[in-house]
Design a protein around this ligand. Sequence first.
Ligand code: TQI
Ligand code: CA
Ligand code: ZN
Ligand code: ZN
Length: 431
Amino acid sequence: MAEMVAGDISMSSKVKKMQTFFGLQVTGKLDYSTITVMKKPRCGIPDVANYHLFPGEPKWQKSTLTYRIANYTSSLSKPDVDRAVEMGLKAWSDAAPLNFVKISQGEADIMISFEAGDHGDSYPFDGPRGTLAHAFAPGEGLGGDTHFDNAERWTTGAHGFNLFTVAAHEFGHALGLGHSSDPSALMYPTYKYQHPIGFRLPKDDVKGIQALYGPRKVVLGRPPTRVNRTVPQQPAHKPNHSGQCDSNLSFDAVTVLGNEFLFFKDRTFWRRQTQLSNIRPSSIASSFPQLMSNVDAAYEVAEKGTAYFFKGPHYWTTRGLQIQGSPRNIYDFGFPSNIQKVDAAVHLKDSKKTLFFVGSEYYSYDEKERIMENDYPKSIEDEFSGLEGKIDAAMEVNGFIYFFSGPKAYKYDTEKEEVVNIRKSSSWIGC
Ligand code: TQI
Ligand code: CA
Ligand code: ZN
Ligand code: ZN
């Protein structure tokens, strides 16, 4: 069976062969239909329910392994990710003589990261669903490394994809286990939500991990390892709004919200009454803890009393400043799967269209029909003459579109189809 072993460049050709053999669409990718075929018992041969090891049985030659979470996903808080990873590893260290030590710098045995699309290991991710994650078998370099598709909606609960469940499965691969044909096994290749609290590794997986590393020695009187549940404090941050004005200031996102303008930059946002000039900076975390920082884009559909905030491949819906529900995937809007984030968004009241700016192009979303319009993306330069470079943020005020690009704010007249004024972006927050 084709297994993903570090440095194995022939996996995709093996997968293609298998797909050809079983009459599947030949993609070279381990998609669900291929996995389904792979896990079907082969004709005649009784399917002995059991774990599998990788060819050559690669395993770690030491019992203390380091891991490092190199980056995080915007679907979950950092403590939630830390906890899911820690519990996922603990499932295995409870059954075998392995210890996992978290490091936050340098190269760890198990490098954990959230990646999107092509990410340099010749196993690109594929947008929502399909492949969720992958891990490399024990070994040097990429060996043990575990990647999660950042386009998925990762959760701590039973909806979306539960990070603990997928992490625990991937760590099985990272420790040297292939797939099991026992449907009750964690290493069985079908996603089944597992509740992290009180999770015990199924029997077949215990047999598998102990075949490689032996049993955990029972020390009389020693309680089982416990996951430390204290939530690390966020480092205290001082938003850069101490009164002095940076004339090169650029914004990450801007939007109208009710009778206010909101301007986002890093961890800070400014609220300004549309009528008054009273400007109040605050930390994003204090009003939108789920967003924390670095908002990519935002827009309001005043008619619906709803605003949308974008960060990476996720978006949040708000009523006023109140976030509604969990983050969702930007692909709900109909973006192609190679789009990982948007630069800016603006809702146009009259046409009820929302424009999304991505690099040098923009998309138009019909809010009434809830569909992305055909004939897009279009070139920003061709359709909005006078704009230069990437758009950071945009909003519509009194029929004009204000485009923010680096330190410049362009006032665009949609009737004349031209830029009618350029100011410093910072002037919008009273500088
Ligand atoms: N990713 C596959 C998986 O981890 C990738 C993979 C690695 C693989 N080695 C393999 C596939 C050997 C086949 C054979 O299994 S995945 C599940 C499932 C995936 C799947 O994204 O398809 C889980 C990731 F199927 F068990 F639900 C996590 Cl839990
Ligand atoms: Ca995916
Ligand atoms: Zn990868
Ligand atoms: Zn797997």
